[in-house]
Design a protein around this ligand. Structure first.
Ligand SMILES: Nc1ncnc2c1ncn2[C@@H]1O[C@H](COP(=O)(O)OP(=O)(O)OP(=O)(O)O)[C@@H](O)[C@H]1O
Length: 251
């Protein structure tokens, strides 16, 4: 079986998102189609305002779509009421944001296990040990966020996203607030989770080096997918960005 014959962890068909109405409306996503395959690390790139965050928010059920379909696995998000959407996000999706969103009063371990505690689920201890070892935080589990560096805090946020073995992790510029060394640790970690643990990760980034950790880069412009690059390197990503920029300036 080739990787491309794997099933989609998330998919969009004819996805449109329009903010506002009448003369002030903004078309953030324009009849977009995409599949994010299981066990792959996909980066989403594109100029500011091209719709990257909107795409991720619609795919994660954080924003309602205006038209078309957004699915997690076989589940059509448009068909879920608020309660089912909340449960689906909690049970099937992991999130990593630019601001780490950790609770200041909880320890690293409590932050990691909080979503499962809220869901009333017991963590799989062997898996949790593996995740904690993979993020290299075994000796920091009793620390509170203020006692951790930015990179360590983001590693806690990654471990929290992974703890419940979600079907897909959405990461919105996870290295945006980190120095390059801490950023490289997070990116290596996400890549290893995909390669070694079979995790599916979709990450928005502006950084060609960050994108080069992915298996695939999807480029957005004006709410549409305009390019799709496999096995990216920082150079090949930069090259595509320059080409797309040149096309945008002449059109
Ligand atoms: N809540 C909102 N209300 C109105 N317009 C919005 C809203 N959120 C986003 N937009 C608009 O939708 C378009 C796409 O925004 P989005 O944040 O998805 O882009 P992006 O590619 O993630 O940008 P950036 O790289 O700057 O974060 C932009 O024109 C933006 O101004």
């Amino acid at each position: 079986m080739t990787r491309d014959s794997l099933t989609a962890a998330a998919s969009a068909v004819g996805l449109s998102k329009i903010y506002g109405e009448g003369g002030t409306h903004v078309t953030a996503l324009d009849n977009l189609g995409v599949e994010f395959l299981r066990g792959q690390f996909t980066a989403i790139m594109g100029p500011s305002g091209s719709g990257k965050s909107t795409l991720m928010h619609c795919m994660a059920g954080l924003e309602p779509v205006t038209a078309g379909s957004a699915r997690i696995g076989d589940t059509e998000l448009g068909g879920l009421d608020d309660k089912r959407l909340t449960t689906m996000r909690r049970d099937r999706i992991g999130f990593v944001f630019q601001s780490f969103n950790l609770l200041a009063t909880l320890t690293a371990l409590e932050n990691i296990t909080l979503p499962m505690a809220i869901a009333g689920r017991k963590p799989d201890q062997a898996w949790l040990d593996r995740v904690v070892a993979a993020v290299g935080l075994a000796d920091r589990l009793g620390h509170r966020p203020s006692q951790l560096s930015g990179g360590q805090q983001q590693r806690v946020a990654c471990a929290r996203a992974l703890a419940s073995r979600p079907e897909i992790i959405f990461a919105d510029e996870p290295t945006g607030n980190l120095d390059s060394r801490s950023g490289a640790q997070i990116l290596s970690f996400l890549r290893d989770c995909v390669r070694d643990l079979g995790q599916t990760v979709v990450m928005v980034t502006h950084d060609p080096i960050a994108a080069s950790y992915a298996d695939r880069v999807v480029f957005l412009a004006d709410g549409r997918i305009v390019d799709d690059l496999r096995a990216p390197t920082a150079d090949s990503v930069l090259d595509r960005m320059r080409r797309l920029d040149a096309v945008a300036r002449t059109s």
